[in-house]
Write a protein that binds this ligand. Structure first.
Ligand code: ADP
Ligand code: MG
Length: 724
């Protein structure tokens, strides 16, 4: 075995925990929760009553922020942070790279008399000016006027990030250009939440809620990830630079035994999880479940759902904490969608709903009236997803997710909605004219009007649907494990807001004529929606070839990869919906698409260059070394007059020659440069470079099965997935 692999294995087997064991009995989890968050409790205790109430109105009811309160908030926040050992504060923002960015500033400023004072006022709280020139802006902000500013997001709580050498006060912010254009993922998310609130309340008031509370979307994100020992990680340049293995033959044992899922969690992994959870608790992230996933070395973590804006920030924190804590336990956390070929990839199920503090609007109710309301909200989702499927598809398109979507394990690239049989029946019977059917047991009866009974619990599950109704929320399963959930949330919020707007419009018009016939009006609008958009509902198996055909017949879009999906979303309908609800101007939308395409190109190019280099400088030398060994042996045997068999040598020679040819083809493909047209360049990457890389991989993986194990330079799948 190669020295680096031997050393890695030795290090793994000799691993001893260095971190002291966590003692939850000393500080119970309940006490830890939110300990580092400037949350409601802290604000209530530390802010003057008037200030606290004004802030509460902004946070809970979405009222405009009264800037005059910022001074007192800043002082309270600073004192609280300094008591917790903070020396610095940072505006945290969420650029289009999909990662978080932060600029740290010290609290201390010289007082002019030789000393220093802790300075942090409203000015510093409300606005920051990071050097924005190195963040992607898609042409919105030319580099010569590289100014952007970060603005305090009052609705997402500030928190303390700990480090053994000091702590930092972190303030979630939105990031805009000086002209007010969004440069980040948070700004449109906040705008979309506002649009959703406005339209949902409008509909609620039609249903007789006089002063509906603020409506916001809720999100609960299940995060899948892999853990590999760091020694293996560092012996794999592809994992280091691309986050996934570009080579690696299938191990004799993969996931076919199905013994990993919900199996016992390995000791070191459990220790890691406990610490991750404690760190997240401190930050107020309500993590709830943990378990093994289907593939060996794969795990999942899920929180309790929260307001979508906060949930999105917490999701970033979750990814950061997972990666940071893994290091401490001698492991690396891989968030990539497809770190290993041939076994399951990782997704991030985005559970989404909308509601107020008191009610979930996607919860089927107990009374006929509530159910009518539920059906209206549900119909809005149906219309939204069908009308803007291309937009939703683009929101999950990136190089990593291309390996999952449609790859026979994860949801297909075609968007459809799983409603479950019972709810589908309800919608279909409304569409047909509402003759209520025989009532199966367990169904709620709507009773009045012509609305049919509603299932109380959508019991059946379908794991192959990209977008499934799961009883009282929708689960968007096609989101990638490494991506920010903010993008998909923006789209969901906006397109649903738009459909609520449509439904409210129809009902308002109908109600004006015959105020009492709300039921009939709801029925009519649902009929219209089902007629036009019912095609999006599909309860069958999403993995089959038959569905591909059926979906094409229904006219559902099927963008198989990023290079297709992003240009395909740039339609007038999509531009209009984003602009109409003030979420993204056409210019912002286009510049974003440009950035995402460029990101795709960069990701593919990095992988291609890596693949070329590894093939040339690691695989080829190992292969020819073995070739020499076999050739020498063969020659000696021949001289001795012994029988010498050259079958393996011949096979090897063939593969080595093939490797050279294919790697040369890859080199040529990489040499092509784009001419500034990102969409065309992205297609070129997809159609030329990706296949060229796959071709090299194919021959390398065959070589792995022939070349002597002691010469093979890369840790194998077997080692990375099963040695823990
Ligand atoms: P699963 O069977 O997929 O594990 P769970 O009921 O455990 O389903 O929920 C999975 C995720 O859905 C959790 O993160 C949970 O907080 C979230 N969730 C539950 N209700 C809602 C809701 N109303 N809005 C958003 N997310 C929700
Ligand atoms: Mg789930």
């Amino acid at each position: 075995m190669s020295i680096s692999r031997l050393n890695a294995i030795a290090a793994v087997t000799n691993y001893r925990a260095t971190a002291p064991a966590l003692d939850f009995s000393k500080t119970p989890a309940s006490e830890i929760f939110g300990a580092n968050v400037f949350d409601d409790r802290v604000m209530q205790a530390r802010l003057p009553k008037g200030v606290y109430q004004a802030l509460g109105r902004t946070i809970d009811q979405g009222e405009k922020l009264d800037v005059s309160v910022a001074d007192e908030v800043a002082v309270a926040m600073r004192d609280w942070a300094i008591e917790k050992g903070a020396t610095h504060y940072a505006h945290v923002f969420y650029p289009l790279t999909g990662l978080t960015a932060e600029k740290h500033d010290g609290f201390l400023e010289p007082d002019g008399k030789g000393g220093a004072l802790a300075e942090f006022s409203a000015k510093q709280l409300i606005r920051g000016e990071p050097d924005a020139s190195s963040f992607p802006s898609g042409g919105i902000r030319a580099t010569f006027e590289a100014r952007g500013y970060t603005a305090w997001d009052v609705t997402s709580p500030a928190y303390i990030l700990e480090n053994p050498n000091g702590t930092t006060l972190c303030i979630p912010t939105a990031f805009c250009s000086w002209t007010g254009e969004a440069l980040d993922k948070k700004t449109p998310l906040l705008r979309s939440m506002q649009a959703l609130n406005a339209q949902a309340r409008r509909l609620l008031s039609i249903f007789g809620h006089e002063h509906p509370d603020r409506v916001y979307s809720t999100a609960g994100c299940e995060q899948e990830y892999f853990l590999v020992d760091r020694n293996f990680f560092f012996a794999r340049p592809d994992l280091i630079s691309a986050g996934r293995t570009l080579f690696g033959a299938k191990p004799p044992k993969g996931q076919e035994m199905e013994d990993q899922y919900f199996g016992a969690i390995p000791e070191r992994v459990l220790a890691f999880m406990l610490e991750v959870e404690r760190e997240l608790y401190k930050l107020g992230v309500p993590v709830k479940t943990r378990h093994n996933e289907v593939a060996p070395g794969q795990y999942e973590l899920a929180p309790v759902f929260e307001n979508a804006n906060v949930a999105a920030d917490h999701q970033y924190l979750t990814m950061t904490v997972l990666q940071r804590v893994a290091q401490k336990y001698g492991m690396t956390c891989l968030l990539h969608e497809k770190p290993f070929a041939g076994i399951n990839g990782s997704g991030k199920h985005l559970n989404w709903s909308l509601g107020t503090k008191r009610m979930n609007l996607l919860e089927p109710g107990d009374t006929p009236h509530e159910n009518m309301q539920f059906l209206a909200f549900c119909a809005a989702v149906i219309r939204a997803v069908d009308r803007h499927a291309t937009l939703l598809r683009a929101s999950i398109a990136h190089a990593g997710n291309d390996h999952r979507l449609g790859a026979n394990e994860a949801p297909p690239a075609i968007l459809s909605i799983f409603l479950g049989e019972q709810l589908t029946e309800v919608f279909e019977s409304i569409a047909k004219g509402g003759g209520s059917k025989a009532r199966a047991p367990g169904l709620l009866t709507v009773g009045v009007d012509t609305l049919p009974p509603l299932p109380k619990d959508a019991g059946d599950r379908n794991r192959t649907s990209p977008f499934a109704f799961t009883g009282n929320k929708f689960e968007f399963r096609a989101v990638g494990s490494s991506q920010s959930v903010a993008g998909p949330l923006v789209i969901l919020n906006t397109i649903v807001a738009d459909s609520l707007d449509y439904i409210a419009g129809e009902l308002e018009a109908a109600k004006a004529k015959t105020p009492k016939a709300l039921g009939a009006a709801v029925q009519k609008v649902i009929q219209k929606i089902m007629k036009k958009h019912g095609r999006i509902i599909y309860n069958g198996d999403g993995y089959t070839a038959a569905w591909q055909k059926e979906a094409a017949k229904r006219g559902l879009p099927n963008a198989r990869h990023t290079a297709e999906a992003i240009p395909a979303c740039q339609t007038k309908e999509n531009e209009d919906v984003l602009a109409k609800h003030g979420v993204l101007t056409v210019r912002e939308f286009h510049s974003r698409n440009e950035i995402y395409l460029e990101k795709y190109i960069k990701d593919v190019m990095i992988e291609a260059r890596l693949a070329f280099e590894i093939a040339k400088t690691m695989i080829f030398p190992a292969a020819v070394e073995y070739q020499k060994r076999l050739a020498d042996t063969s020659q000696v045997l021949k001289q001795m007059g012994q029988k010498h068999c050259t079958t393996v040598l011949k096979e090897l020679c063939g593969l080595v020659a093939e490797l050279q040819t294919r790697n040369e083809a890859l080199r040529k493909a990489i040499a092509h440069e784009g001419n500034g047209d990102a969409a065309r360049h992205a297609l070129y990457c997809r159609n030329r470079i990706v296949p060229a890389m796959d071709a090299v991989r194919d021959v390398v993986d065959q070589l792995e099965g022939i070349v002597s194990d002691d010469l093979w330079p890369l840790p194998t799948y077997q080692e990375m997935l099963f040695i823990k």
